[in-house]
Structures are given as structure tokens and as C-alpha cells.
Write a protein that binds this ligand. Structure first.
Ligand SMILES: *[C@@H]1O[C@H](CO)[C@@H](O)[C@H](O)[C@H]1NC(C)=O
Length: 298
């Protein structure tokens, strides 16, 4: 009996292949931990002490904002799970109009205050409520008239799973929040998605998430998996976090990035985003391209 392809390649026949580009961005250190989080206005902002570890450091927020400004179409951005508004404020300071949503009224009040001290409150439309309920309400109004956000930024709570060796995107927050469900709900409302995630997400799961969004939008086939872009933020020898760019924003930004000479084969490796970045940096490379095998999200 002839060998089945999966026996030859050691892969499950249900697996798909995807290409991913990874870029490493160095973040300048700040004088103090508070300045690292908020830049010059750290004395004026408000947030609950336990939210501190959830705030996106200012230089990272501003790098993401710059990518959205340059490569996403349209000036209205949705910031989902906006927390105390680190990313919302960065986006608004850059001149974008921000729709932000968070479930916690205290966080919402702090975000409004933080937007005011940055002088950008008029560009922020903030709602307090359950993500899925709010998105369903918006989708009912926007989809029939074809209205979309220029980009959607999602920064879900990471929760306890952060301590696991490989971070599970389907068990975020309190363990019941799935990144696949969250992006599926907003998929019709934009063509560009920016998903913030921990450094220990498996690189194959980044591709799987991108593929899921693409298949919801109707563009996926087993032959063409649009290439996501993963940006890894490092500070010194520390990997801080990562961002997965999906859709048009990834395609447009990739046009400006010189592709590496060779594609690394990661189909048999369970590497995290951080392991990819470390391997690239050890070879003096800031841009890498890898082939990964992944099982589509069912
Ligand atoms: C809302 O956030 C505040 C401050 O971060 C926190 O003390 C409170 O427990 C949160 N409320 C809920 C219902 O999670």
C-alpha cells in the first residue's frame, strides 16, 4: 500500500500550511516604570493599581498607532477591551477617532479622564458594556449599510493562562473568552485587525487566528492563507509582548518590509512567538518568514 502524504511528511492530513512574517521592534527604555507606561503625562493619568500590568507601554502603543495610521483605510478605529485606555489615547492623540468598549465602569471612567488629560476626549466615543452584546448591536446597524472601521484593535485580558508554557488563545481572560470567537464577532466590521497577545502564543496559533478571520470573511481556501504579520516588541533582552496584524493592514505593511532570503520551516516545531524572535535575533535578523502547519479552528 502506498504511503499516505501525512505519513511521508509526518503531518496530519487535516493540517493547513501558512506563511507568517515576524518582525522584531526594539522599544526604547524609559526613565521610570510609570514613564514606560504613559510617557510624559504619567503624573496626570488615572488607573486602578491592579490594572497596571494590563496597560500597553506607551512606545508600543504608539508603534501600533503608527501602523494603523499608515496602513489601515479609514480614520475610525474600534478599540475593544480598552481597559484604562492606553491604546485609545495613543490612537486619539494621532488624530484618529476611537470607538472604545470596556465592560468595567471604573476602567471607562479612567479612560475618559486619561483622554481628557491628553486633550483628546472629543475624539473618543466610549461605551461600557459586554463586548459581544455591543458588537452585535453595532453589526445590526452597520452591516446593512456597509459601514466599517478603518481598523479594529483587540486587547483581551490575558488572565492566568499567561503562566502556561504555550498561551491558549481559546482560553483567555477568566478562561472562557476565546480570541477566535471575539474576532469572529467583529470580522465583518473591518478589513484590518490588530490583535495584542502574550509572547508565549504559539506561532502556529497566530496563523490559525488569521486564517479563522479570513475564512469568516469568506476569503479562505485551503490553498491561500493570507499571510499575517507578527510584530514582537523587545526591550533589551526582554520580550515584552506581540501583536498579530491580520488582513489588509498586514498585506499593506508587508509591502514595505523587505522579505528575508529564506523561509524557515517550522512545520514540525511548536515554537512560541518569543522563541521565533530569539532565534531571529541570535542570527542578527529583525525580519523572518516561516512556514507553519496548523489545524483550522472548528
Ligand atoms: C472594575 O474595575 C475596578 C478597578 O479596576 C475593580 O476594583 C472592580 O472590581 C472591577 N469590577 C468588576 C465587576 O470587575
Amino acid at each position: 500500500m502506498p504511503a499516505m502524504p501525512e505519513e511521508i511528511f509526518g503531518l496530519d492530513a487535516a493540517l493547513l500550511m501558512g506563511l507568517v512574517t515576524i518582525i522584531v521592534t526594539e522599544c526604547p527604555r524609559a526613565a521610570t516604570a510609570s514613564q514606560w507606561l504613559w510617557g510624559g503625562l504619567w503624573k496626570s493619568v488615572k488607573y486602578a493599581a491592579h490594572m497596571r500590568k494590563s496597560i500597553t507601554p506607551r512606545s508600543i502603543a504608539d508603534t501600533i498607532t503608527a501602523a494603523i495610521t499608515m496602513y489601515a483605510a479609514g480614520s475610525i478605529v474600534l478599540d475593544a477591551f480598552s481597559g484604562v485606555g492606553g491604546q485609545s489615547v495613543s490612537l486619539a492623540v494621532a488624530g484618529l477617532t476611537v470607538f472604545a468598549c470596556d465592560i468595567n465602569q471604573t476602567n471607562v471612567d479612567h479612560t475618559m479622564h486619561n483622554a481628557r488629560v491628553h486633550g483628546v476626549a472629543e475624539r473618543l466615543r466610549m461605551v461600557c458594556g459586554d463586548y459581544f452584546a455591543r458588537i452585535a448591536g453595532l453589526a445590526a446597524k452597520w452591516i446593512p449599510i456597509g459601514r466599517k472601521f478603518g481598523a479594529i484593535h483587540v486587547d483581551m485580558p490575558w488572565g492566568k493562562a499567561y503562566e502556561e508554557e504555550i498561551y491558549p488563545l481559546h482560553r483567555m481572560g477568566d478562561g472562557t473568552l476565546s480570541a477566535y470567537d471575539v474576532l469572529e464577532a467583529v470580522a465583518p466590521l473591518s478589513d484590518s485587525f490588530v490583535f495584542k497577545c502574550p509572547r508565549n502564543v504559539a506561532i502556529r496559533d497566530a496563523v490559525k487566528l488569521a486564517y479563522h478571520v479570513q475564512s469568516i470573511k469568506g476569503g479562505a481556501s485551503t490553498h491561500t492563507v493570507a499571510m499575517p504579520l507578527v510584530e514582537v516588541f523587545v526591550s533589551g533582552d526582554k520580550t515584552v509582548m506581540a501583536v498579530i496584524y491580520i488582513g489588509d493592514i498586514a498585506a499593506k505593511r508587508l509591502e514595505d518590509i523587505a522579505p528575508p532570503a529564506r523561509v524557515v520551516d517550522l512545520t514540525h516545531k511548536r515554537w512560541t512567538i518569543e522563541q521565533c524572535a530569539k532565534s531571529m535575533l541570535s542570527r542578527g535578523k529583525r525580519v523572518g518568514c516561516a512556514n507553519v502547519a496548523f489545524a483550522p479552528f472548528a
